[in-house]
Design a binder for this molecule. Structure first.
Ligand code: FPP
Length: 233
């Protein structure tokens, strides 16, 4: 079975999973975070090289303040509890997205985790936080424009490769497979540039129920696809 190198995940349905059980939404996020660990471990074990998860979008600030606080306090806890494993398993952690709207504690924990995993090579784990695909494209454009203004590059140097380098995911290969849980069939402003040629897998399962067997199922579906990248076979 062909295992994708890079998997991207829109972890949807935490709230609905909790509501179905008459539990507060935050319990869904807690269970969702446990699944993140399970999926990360399993992905690495079976030979996936990179995992990028959508944990908080630029639009998620419209949620109740308490829920936002919970997600970020849980993120800090998650990072603290996982740092040893990142080192032991040679996992490189990176947060992608805006940073200017986080608390000092969140920024520091992210930075710390990124710094001491920056040379790790066996697996790349990206967490999209205050991330939007449109923001990413605008941000890359700004960086390129600045370089043009200061003459460190000219407009003739701008091509897809250079643009890619200025996007959040940078040089790592684009996702081969996008998984979205909870039955929604949208991209929701996730990695809109990087998903240009990815295979999409949608499942009605809510994220807190998405276990390693579901991951295997998604990969099996992927391995049966015929990727032509616009060419004929
Ligand atoms: C989507 O479900 C979930 C989120 C937007 C938050 C995801 C956050 C976590 C899993 C916890 C913290 C992250 C890490 C990396 C530990 P939803 O709330 O949109 O569900 P709904 O559509 O059913 O309401």
């Amino acid at each position: 079975m062909e295992v994708p190198y890079h998997i991207a995940v829109i972890m949807d349905g935490n709230g609905r999973w909790a509501r179905k059980r008459m539990l507060p939404r935050v319990v869904g996020h807690r269970q969702g975070a446990k699944r993140v660990k399970e999926i990360l471990r399993e992905a690495k074990r079976i030979g996936v090289g990179a995992l990028t998860i959508f944990a908080f979008s630029t639009e998620n600030w419209n949620r109740p303040k308490k829920e936002i606080e919970f997600i970020f306090s849980y993120l800090v806890k998650f990072l603290k509890s996982y740092q040893k494993e990142f080192i032991k398993k040679d996992i490189k952690f990176k947060a992608i997205g805006r940073r200017d709207r986080f608390s000092k504690e969140v920024i520091e924990e992210i930075k710390k985790t990124e710094d001491f995993t920056k040379d790790n090579k066996s697996f790349i784990f990206n967490v999209a936080l205050d991330y939007g695909g449109k923001w990413d494209i605008v941000n890359a454009t700004k960086k390129i424009a600045k370089k043009c203004i200061t003459n460190s590059i000219s407009d003739k140097d701008i091509d897809e490769e250079l643009f890619n380098k200025h996007m959040s995911l940078g040089d790592i290969p684009a996702p081969d497979l996008l998984i979205r849980t909870s039955g929604e069939k949208r991209i929701s402003n996730f990695l809109i540039w990087d998903l240009a040629y990815s295979e999409f897998y949608f499942t009605p399962i809510f994220w807190p129920e998405f276990d390693k067997e579901h991951l295997h199922k998604a990969i099996k579906s992927y391995s049966q696809r015929n990727r032509r990248f616009g060419a004929v076979q």
